[in-house]
Design a protein around this ligand. Structure first.
Ligand code: IYR
Length: 243
């Protein structure tokens, strides 16, 4: 079996940077994590479930800065997500520049105004009414950081050939779930914002044509007067079916 640089496991070491592989099998390496005692598993699972229950989507952010390394590490967590054919079809753009955040807000509010003025349709507007959202998006400039997530629909070979990626929606969705968990468990609040259409994000951020915006995620601390809707989550017996 070939043993080239491309087949080595990813350790994050600069000499082992990922490059796309094509049609060659991966080398296998042992995977023998120590088994966690059941008692410890139970305790950790219950604690994690409780901490995740405390996560809330926030729409009112404090302008206080966040440690950028916390956000980078949360993105590093997201980038460990499983993906179709291990193609890792994601790009995370971390925007802290106030002028770029202002441009994103301006363009998002322009699109959202059209959406709330009727593009969404009456049924969709009715579904949103309980949340009270509208076209004004102060979180895009109040939050000190935005993570703009792009899906890579395909990758471009050096000769310009397009190689399709598989299960891109699923892969990026899983990665965003892991990102939200990591941010929350690291003490930061977030919002998944999906201005529509999102083409302006590629233009403002100068992204290549193989990338399509997936979501804008403002990240920060809740404003001191932040309020959230008094939501009730489905109980476990409403979401879990055991066979
Ligand atoms: N993208 C719009 C509308 C919107 C849609 C859904 I579904 C939401 O859960 C919330 C908002 C906006 O961001 O306002």
């Amino acid at each position: 079996m070939p043993d080239t640089e491309q087949h080595k496991p990813e350790t994050g070491h600069p000499a082992e940077r990922w490059t796309p592989i094509h049609g060659q099998p991966y080398r296998s390496v042992p995977y023998r994590p120590a088994r966690m005692p059941a008692g410890e598993s139970l305790a950790r699972a219950a604690e994690l479930a409780e901490r995740m229950r405390q996560r809330r989507t926030v729409r009112q952010f404090s302008p206080d800065p966040v440690p950028p390394q916390v956000v980078r590490d949360a993105i590093a967590c997201a980038a460990t997500a499983p993906s179709g054919a291990h193609q890792q079809p994601w790009t995370f753009v971390l925007v802290q520049d106030p002028e770029v955040r202002r441009l994103i807000r301006e363009a998002a509010e322009h699109e959202e105004r059209i959406s709330y003025d009727g593009r969404l349709g009456e049924e969709w507007l009715a579904a949103l009414r309980p949340l009270g959202t509208d076209e004004v998006k102060p979180h895009l400039t109040d939050a000190p950081a935005l993570i703009v997530v792009f899906q890579q629909r395909y990758w471009l070979g050096e000769d310009g050939t397009k190689h399709k990626h598989y299960y891109v929606d699923e892969s990026v969705g899983i990665a965003v779930g892991m990102l939200l968990s990591a941010l929350h468990l690291s003490g930061l609040a977030a919002l998944v914002h999906t201005p529509s259409p999102m083409r302006f994000l590629s233009q403002v951020l100068g992204r290549p044509e193989n990338e399509k915006a997936f979501a804008v995620i403002p990240v920060g601390y809740p404003a001191p007067d932040c309020e959230v809707p008094d939501l009730v989550r489905k109980s476990l017996d409403q979401v879990l079916v055991e066979v």
